[in-house]
Design a protein around this ligand. Structure first.
Ligand SMILES: Cc1ncc(COP(=O)(O)O)c(C=O)c1O
Length: 415
């Protein structure tokens, strides 16, 4: 399966055969651990569902753009989706050529658009008529033509968390799908623009296929109508959004999603593009942390204070996100119920409330699971806390792919 393989070794929990206590002894806590095998498995399941049908997986760098993770996906044949020029540069540094890079984003600056045109990226996913107009003028200034895909908003409820739903009319993303045909006609009239695709992305952490497939059908229907009008489209970009099982129960299988998208797009003959992030790297990541305090007073809640908090993993504070939290070595005794919190002076710095777990003591190692996506990338240095190291576990060995930040690293910007 696409999940990290956890097993119990003599010293406690092991990931893909590597005891995590060994990593803590070598590198300290907190730190991020990634299973290369889990990433390979998720990518392969999704990609191979398309067989020899024309398609490309554009890994969404926003989920995790640590260079070694990006290079791992490149080695598997992935292309990328960049949500800022910074991410475009990350892709170039990892060896992707411009024809493998999609550029998406709700508010691209003129500088970003000009750079994207000059690089000759595969396509720019455009969000509004105003952006198309700016892009046209910038392309003409460069005596160039910008390849564009229009992001359409199909007004479909992703039934995900409101903060990560993007496909409703009330969301800031894309253009209403019914306005798209006229906008494509306008693109056809502009000499600085070439329409290459229809793009849709209705949100993230979507846990049932139904909204994803409804959005896919809407994008395909639009593409068919545009082809009939003579718009020379090349692709339909179905965005990302496939959710994962944060509770360890059931989730969409990337292979099942891939097959369903293939069935939807096949009649068009157009290339299928996907922009998955979370489903490829989320289950591959684990945050390894240590208990620094345990607090309990009569009649009050019990608090377990970790050395990792919202500075390392923001999802619980940002979305109230649920993550499984487990001790590395399970102690004997009756389970306890406690709030599991970080060390940051904010009450929202709470990983879990009223969580049941085996009894623990100060100094015990704890893992927070499924943090490979929107984990390390959202880290901050609030309270001058250094960014944690990241470790790749591969073939029974581990290595540091990003070292722990030092105060000097942080202060270099202020010299
Ligand atoms: C345009 C776009 N594409 C792809 C993704 C990746 O989404 P996910 O990580 O849910 O697959 C996102 C993230 O929300 C996005 O905004």
């Amino acid at each position: 399966m696409s999940a990290t393989s956890f097993s119990t070794a003599a010293g406690g929990l092991a990931i893909d055969g590597v005891p995590v206590a060994d990593i803590a002894a070598g590198i300290g806590t907190p730190c991020y651990l990634y299973s290369a095998a889990a990433i390979r498995d998720a990518y392969t399941r999704l990609d191979s569902a398309f067989g020899d049908y024309p398609h490309a997986v554009h890994y969404a760098l926003k989920a995790n753009s640590t260079l070694e993770i990006v290079r791992l996906l490149k080695g598997l044949g992935s292309s990328v989706d960049a949500n800022s020029i910074g991410e475009v540069d990350i892709a170039l540094r990892c060896g992707f050529h411009p024809g493998q890079i999609m550029f998406t984003g709700v508010g691209k600056s003129a500088g970003e658009l000009a750079r994207a045109i000059s690089l000759g990226l595969k396509a720019i996913n455009v969000e509004s008529p105003g952006e198309l107009d700016r892009l046209d003028r910038l392309a003409l200034d460069q005596r160039s033509v910008a390849r564009v895909a229009l992001r359409v908003n199909p007004d479909i409820d992703a039934r995900s968390h409101p903060h990560i739903s993007t496909g409703l009319k009330t969301n800031k993303f894309g253009v209403p799908i019914e306005a798209a045909p006229e906008i494509f006609r306008e693109i056809q009239r502009r000499t600085g623009l070439e329409a290459v695709g229809v793009h849709s992305h209705i949100g993230s952490q979507i846990t049932t296929l139904e909204p994803l497939l409804r959005a896919a059908s809407a994008a395909v229907d639009l593409a068919v109508a545009l082809l009939a009008e003579g718009v020379p489209l090349r692709h339909v970009d179905f965005g990302g959004g496939v959710g994962i099982a944060y509770d360890g129960k059931s989730a969409i299988d990337p292979a099942e999603y891939g097959r369903a998208i293939l069935d939807t797009v096949r009649p068009t003959g157009l290339t299928a593009l996907l922009e998955p992030g979370r489903v490829l790297v989320g289950p591959a990541g684990t945050l390894l942390t240590r208990i620094v305090d345990v607090k309990q007073f009569a009649g009050a809640r019990q608090f377990i204070v970790l050395d990792a908090g919202m500075t390392e993993l923001m999802r619980p504070a940002l979305y109230g996100a649920f993550h499984r939290i487990e001790p590395v070595r399970v102690r004997e005794g009756a389970p306890i119920v406690a709030d599991i919190v970080g060390p940051v002076c904010e009450s929202t710095d709470t990983f879990a409330r009223d969580r049941e777990l085996a009894p623990v003591e100060v100094g015990d190692l704890i893992v927070v699971r499924d943090v490979g996506a929107y984990g390390a990338v959202m880290g901050s240095t609030y309270l001058r806390r250094p960014l944690p190291p990241e470790i790749l576990i591969d073939g029974g060995a581990w290595r540091v792919i990003r070292r722990r930040q030092t105060l000097d690293d942080m202060l270099r910007l202020e010299e």
